[in-house]
Design a protein around this ligand. Structure first.
Ligand code: NDP
Length: 398
């Protein structure tokens, strides 16, 4: 029985709060705090379990420390934005509380996607006897666990990894993002990097595409190679990997909008002067776009996210695809949210549960694939994200 503090009341925060309430035998007390407390209250009203709410500016360490000291949680689940990772980690260290997040720290002025800032906290967390679990969403998160699970049970050595993230959902808007638009656009417009023979290779954004047919009749989609943060930790933690790539599906329509927004400067992340005021174009764009947490009722279709791994077992080459399929409307029925927030929020709750049940508790800063995947994979089946493995599938991305 433990008290948890969830920070961030967006699309993902909503799902995490619902899911923690579903596992109230572990999360006996739940506090939801965010910049706008009103949003926390709206989420609390959806749930038939007591949820305490609070206002906090997570960029401000003393405010966070005061909140944590007042509430005395055992663990903070950070589902605010990547900009707040370090301030929340600092506050956890100061108050002696464990930490979990779903996205690596990013400085506001550069879209970097690197773990170095958070890995630098390793000694501080170890010395304090505290655990920080990094990347416990879907990708990163479940995809890291899928890789670890395949490496543990299906291979002697893994050599090639392709993480494939297909969203076959349609929300009916000409252009909207499924999670925070600012973070999403920073990620998608970044240069592509993939791992090959011991080094990251940089190529222009969206310069390589494949057609991919998902299993279980989810459909055929164009997937584009892009950089994603789990490649950094997975290639470090699975040094036998000769190549690791990340692929995401985008519609022609999404890419065309993005290209035009980029061409006119609306995706810029640096401040510009407008009528005597400094504005950041991508932040202004975010205020115009649909809020991802409102897409739930209108998004139809399914996601299919999985890891295609090739390696060696008993001296022979083999390939496996481990994946989850998630239905947007089913998620909405359960927690009033679309599948992108759902697939992120469920693994965040499960990671927190693993820590609080002492299955994974280990002082220091860890990426999720450094933990035993088995109890996590069991809970994925139990809490709404069932998965399957296809051995030697008739597709590959060679
Ligand atoms: P949203 O923009 O919907 O929600 C973010 C929430 O954080 C909002 O409630 C926002 O408050 C709050 N917030 C922002 N800044 C602060 C601050 N300084 N202090 C307190 N609260 C703050 O984002 P999502 O829910 O879509 O995403 C949440 C996180 O999950 C992001 O870090 C994202 O990168 C990550 N993510 C991870 C995925 C994975 O698979 N690993 C996939 C999708 C998302 P306000 O409402 O006032 O703006």
């Amino acid at each position: 029985m433990a008290k948890v503090l969830i920070i961030g009341a967006g699309g993902v925060g909503q799902v995490v709060t619902h899911k923690c309430a579903q596992a109230s035998e572990v999360f006996s007390e739940i506090v939801l705090a965010s910049r706008t407390e009103e949003k926390c209250k709206k989420i609390a009203e959806q749930i038939n379990y007591p949820i305490k709410t609070a206002q906090v500016d997570a960029d401000n360490v003393p405010e966070l420390v005061a909140l944590i000291n007042r509430e005395q949680p055992q663990l903070v689940i950070n589902v605010a934005l990547p900009y707040q990772d370090l301030t929340i980690m600092d506050a956890c260290l100061e108050t002696g509380v464990h930490y979990l997040d779903t996205a690596n720290y990013e400085p506001l002025d550069t879209a970097k996607f690197e773990y170095k800032w958070q890995w630098a906290y390793q000694d501080k967390f170890k010395q304090a006897g505290l655990m920080a679990l990094l990347g416990s969403g879907f990708d990163p998160g479940a995809t890291n666990m899928f890789t670890a699970y395949l490496a543990k049970h299906y291979f002697d050595e893994i050599h090639y990894l392709d993480i494939i993230d297909v969203n076959g959902g349609d929300h009916g808007y000409p252009f909207a993002t499924n999670f925070n638009p600012e973070i999403n656009i920073r990620e998608v417009t970044a240069e592509c990097r993939h791992w090959e023979n011991g080094a990251f290779i940089t190529t222009p954004a969206m310069s390589l595409k494949h057609s991919f047919t998902c299993p279980d009749e989810v459909g055929t989609y164009n997937i584009y190679r892009m950089y994603h943060e789990e490649l950094e930790s997975l290639t470090k933690n699975f040094p036998s990997l000769k190549r690791a790539q990340f692929w995401m599906s985008f519609s022609e329509n999404y890419l065309k909008h993005l290209e035009i927004l980029g061409n006119v400067g609306m995706t810029r992340i640096d401040p510009v002067e407008y009528q005597g005021q400094q504005i950041v174009p991508i932040q202004f764009l975010k205020t115009l776009l649909p809020d991802p947490s409102t897409l739930g009722p209108r998004t139809k279709g399914k996601t299919c996210i999985g890891c295609l791994v090739r390696g060696i077992k008993d001296g022979k080459e083999k390939t496996c695809f481990l994946y989850n399929i998630c239905d947007h409307q089913e998620c909405y029925k359960e927690v009033f949210s679309q599948a992108i927030s759902y697939t992120t929020g469920v693994p965040a709750m499960i990671g927190a549960k693993m820590m609080l049940e002492n299955r994974w508790m280990m002082p220091g800063v860890w990426n999720i694939e450094q933990m035993d995947p088995d109890p996590f994979m069991d809970d994925m089946n139990r809490y709404g994200l069932p998965w399957k493995v296809i051995e030697n599938p008739d597709f590959n991305l060679l």
